[in-house]
Design a protein around this ligand. Structure first.
Ligand code: AMP
Length: 126
């Protein structure tokens, strides 16, 4: 089954400049901005500029350049936020939700980078 991308999703509108965002970083293929409803003192989203719904979609169909840029952008955001545990920072949690069971709200790939408090268990008990 082919991936179907909704160009009216909120992150597509941010990428087209139709609604604002609190930008952290922009690269050739990615944009990073603060989450509008932060779940931690630091909560940044990194998204590819391309029309990808989920990480599996991106990993299977994006170009090597887009994938490399996304990986580097996440590293650069961590560096910029000063949260790298290997550099004296407090660490962080990175999450990518996908689809129904992942409880994905916005159908454009994004990675959540959260820090500033301990995150607790990885998932809530069933
Ligand atoms: P997810 O449940 O993984 O799809 O997460 C979507 C995230 O996007 C949530 O944490 C929302 O708070 C966030 N979000 C929704 N609209 C905006 C927006 N306009 N600007 C920044 N973050 C947003």
């Amino acid at each position: 089954m082919a991936y179907s991308y909704d160009p009216q999703n909120i992150f597509a509108k941010i990428l087209r400049g139709e609604i604002p965002c609190d930008k952290v970083l922009e690269t050739e293929h990615c944009l990073a901005f603060h989450d509008i409803r932060p779940q931690a003192p630091t909560h940044v989203l990194v998204i590819p500029k391309g029309a990808y719904v989920t990480y599996d979609h991106f990993a299977l169909e994006a170009s090597d350049a887009e994938i490399a840029d996304f990986a580097r952008a996440v590293g650069q955001v961590c560096q910029q936020l000063g949260i790298q545990p290997g550099e004296g920072g407090p660490g962080y949690r990175a999450i990518m939700n996908a689809g129904d069971h992942g409880m994905q709200e916005v159908p454009h790939l994004h990675i959540h980078i959260m820090s500033g408090r301990k995150m607790g268990h990885l998932v809530a008990p069933a």
